[in-house]
Write a protein that binds this ligand. Structure first.
Ligand code: UN1
Length: 512
C-alpha cells in the first residue's frame, strides 16, 4: 500500500486535532503548537497534529467526567457489546492500522499487524469479561447477616503510553477499563501521535452509534500542558503508565501525593538462561526474535543471554552467523526482519551504550554500528550488537532501548539464577533447558524474580490472556489478561442484616 492510501483509509489528514472526546463531533479545535510525526524509515514527515493546550485538556476532562457519570449506569454486558463492535472495526482496519504503526515506529509489517491482532484479542477477552466481573460472597460471623463484595466503575482512567506499542498498550487498558464502566483519557507518546489519531478515527462510528461521546478521550500534548495536569488531576483516580523507570518514578510519586492509584509498566532487563542441556536451536531462534525483533525496542526484548560456559563459544558463533543473515532495511518490505530505531537520538543512545560496554571491559563480537540503507539514507538504521560482558557492568545493569545483546557465561545453575536476578528490573525472563529440575527451580520462589517467567519460550511476545507486568523497577503493575481488570474498578464490601436484632462484630456488647 502507498502512504497516501494508508492515511486515507484511516482518515488521517495532513493536519489533525490532538484533542477529542471520541465521536466524530467530539473533536476539540485546539490552537496549540503543531507536532510533526516523522517516519524513522525515511526521516520524512507523515502528517502533523495540533497539540492540546491546558484549556483543551480541561474541556476534554470535564466532558469525560460527565460522560462517566452516565456511562457507569449502562449494564456491563452492554458495554461489552460496544467493545465487540470496536474489535470488529479493528478487524476491518487491521492492515492499514498495522501499516501506519510500521510507518510511524519503524517496526516491520508483521509486527505492526501483530500489534493490531493484540488489540483484537484483548477486545474479545474484554467482551467475555463484561459478563464476569465477579465479586466474592462471604459468610458473616453474625446471625441473619450476609456479606458480599461488588466491583463498581472507578472513574476516568489516564493511559500514558510509549512509542513502541502505540496501539496495543492503549487497548489493554482502554478496552478493559470500558467494560469496567470507566471513561479513558489517552495520552500517547509524542513519537507516535498518528496511531492514536487513527485509533480514535476507527472507533468514532461506534462511539456515535452508542452515543457515548466522552468515554474514549484523547489528548496529545506536551508534559507542561497535558502530562503534568493528568498526574495531578484528582478527577483521574487511576493513571496507567508505560515507559522508562525514570518516567515511572515521576508518575508514581506525583499520583501517590494525591493518593491516587498508578499502574506502572516500566523498563525490563530480560534474560534467557541457556543450560548445558538446553535445545540450542530453539534458544537461538528465541534470541533472534527477542533481541533483534522490533529492533530491540520492546520492554520485553531479550537483553542478556546467561549461558553455560561449556556451550558459550559454540552458541555465540551460531548467533553471529544468524545475525549476519538478518535483513535490515525498509520495514514496509515483507522480506525485512529489522527496521530502523525510532529516531536518531535512539541511535546515539545505542552508540553511547556500545562505547560504555567497551570501556567497562566488554567485547563487541558483532555489529553495534550505524547503518546506511540505500534509498533510505535518512532512516535511523543500525546493526544489532552482540557483546560479551559481565553482569555487574553498569551498562549491563541498565535498559538500553536498542538491539544490544550481552552474553554472560556461568558454571552452576545457582550462579545463573543469581546473575539473572542481579539487575534492578524484573519484567520478563526465560530458561531453555530439558531438565525438569532446572525448569522448576527457575519458576520456584527462589527462581526468577520477574513478573513473566517462561520455559523454552523467549522473553518477548506474550499472549494477552496472562497478566502482563513485572517487579522491582519494572513498577509492579499488571495489565491485560487474568484478573488485571480489578485495578480499573473500586471494590465495595457490603454487609446486610436481614434479621430483627443488631449484633455487633467481635461480640461487642454496647447497650444502654
Ligand atoms: C511493550 O514492549 O511495552 O510481550 C509491550 C510482548 C508484547 C507486548 C510488549 N506482547 O512482547
Amino acid at each position: 500500500p502507498t502512504i497516501d492510501s494508508i492515511l486515507q483509509d484511516l482518515a488521517i489528514e495532513p493536519v489533525n486535532y490532538g484533542a477529542t472526546t471520541g465521536s466524530i463531533r467530539g473533536r476539540i479545535h485546539t490552537l496549540g503548537k503543531e507536532l510533526v510525526s516523522v517516519s524513522p524509515i525515511t526521516g520524512q514527515p507523515i502528517a502533523s497534529v495540533i497539540q492540546a493546550q491546558a484549556h483543551d485538556y480541561e474541556a476534554v476532562v470535564s466532558r469525560a467526567h460527565a460522560a462517566f457519570e452516565r456511562f457507569r449506569m449502562m449494564p456491563a454486558p452492554r458495554r461489552g457489546e460496544i467493545v465487540r463492535e470496536i474489535g470488529n472495526a479493528l478487524r476491518e482496519k487491521k492492515q492499514s492500522l498495522g501499516a501506519l504503526i510500521s510507518l510511524e515506529t519503524g517496526k516491520i509489517r508483521a509486527e505492526g499487524e501483530g500489534e493490531v491482532q493484540e488489540m483484537i484479542d484483548i477486545a474479545d477477552f474484554a467482551v467475555g469479561l463484561s459478563r464476569q466481573l465477579y465479586g466474592l460472597t462471604m459468610h458473616s460471623e453474625r446471625p441473619s447477616h450476609r456479606m458480599y463484595e461488588q466491583w463498581h466503575p472507578l472513574g476516568i482512567v489516564g493511559i500514558i503510553t510509549a512509542f513502541n506499542f502505540p496501539a496495543a498498550v492503549w487497548s489493554w487498558n482502554a478496552l478493559l477499563a470500558v467494560v469496567c464502566g470507566d471513561a479513558v483519557l489517552f495520552k500517547p507518546s509524542s513519537k507516535a501521535p498518528l496511531t492514536a489519531i487513527a485509533i480514535q478515527n476507527i472507533i468514532a462510528p461506534v462511539v456515535d452509534k452508542y452515543d457515548i461521546d466522552g468515554v474514549f478521550n484523547l489528548v496529545i500534548g506536551n508534559r507542561a500542558d497535558v502530562g503534568d495536569a493528568m498526574l495531578q488531576d484528582s478527577r483521574i483516580p487511576l493513571i496507567s503508565a508505560t515507559g522508562s523507570t525514570a518516567m515511572g518514578k515521576k508518575v508514581a510519586t506525583t499520583v501517590a501525593s494525591r493518593l491516587g492509584r498508578s499502574l506502572l509498566e516500566l523498563g525490563g532487563n530480560n534474560a534467557i538462561i541457556v543450560t548445558e542441556d538446553g535445545d540450542q536451536d530453539m534458544a537461538l531462534r528465541a534470541t533472534l526474535f527477542g533481541a533483534v525483533g522490533t529492533a530491540g525496542q520492546r520492554c520485553t526484548s531479550t537483553r542478556r543471554i546467561i549461558i553455560h560456559n561449556s556451550i558459550k563459544e559454540a552458541f555465540v558463533k551460531k548467533l553471529v552467523h544468524a545475525y549476519e543473515q538478518i535483513r535490515i532495511g525498509d520495514p514496509m518490505d515483507p522480506d525485512t526482519l529489522m527496521g530502523p530505531l525510532i529516531d536518531d537520538t535512539a541511535k546515539q543512545v545505542m552508540m553511547q551504550a556500545i562505547a560504555a560496554a567497551k570501556n567497562q571491559g566488554g567485547t563487541v563480537v558483532y555489529g553495534g554500528t550505524s547503518l546506511t540503507v540505500e534509498g533510505f539514507e535518512n532512516g535511523s538504521f543500525v546493526t544489532p550488537a552482540i557483546v560479551e560482558a559481565e553482569n555487574h557492568f553498569p551498562i549491563v545493569q541498565e535498559e538500553t532501548f536498542a538491539p544490544i545483546l550481552y552474553i554472560i557465561g556461568y558454571d552452576t545453575f545457582d550462579q545463573a539464577l543469581a546473575l539473572h536476578n542481579d539487575v534492578p528490573q524484573g519484567l520478563s525472563s526465560a530458561v531453555f533447558t530439558r531438565s525438569i529440575h532446572y525448569q522448576e527451580q527457575f519458576m520456584s520462589h527462589k527462581g526468577s524474580d520477574c513478573g513473566i517467567a517462561n520455559v523454552n519460550i523467549g522473553t518477548s511476545g506474550a499472549e494477552i490472556g496472562g497478566a502482563f507486568g513485572g517487579e522491582k523497577e519494572t513498577g509492579g503493575g499488571r495489565e491485560s489478561g487474568s484478573d488485571a481488570w480489578r485495578i480499573y474498578m473500586r471494590r465495595q464490601t457490603n454487609t446486610i442484616n436481614w434479621g430483627n436484632d443488631l449484633p455487633l462484630a467481635q461480640g461487642i456488647v454496647f447497650d444502654i
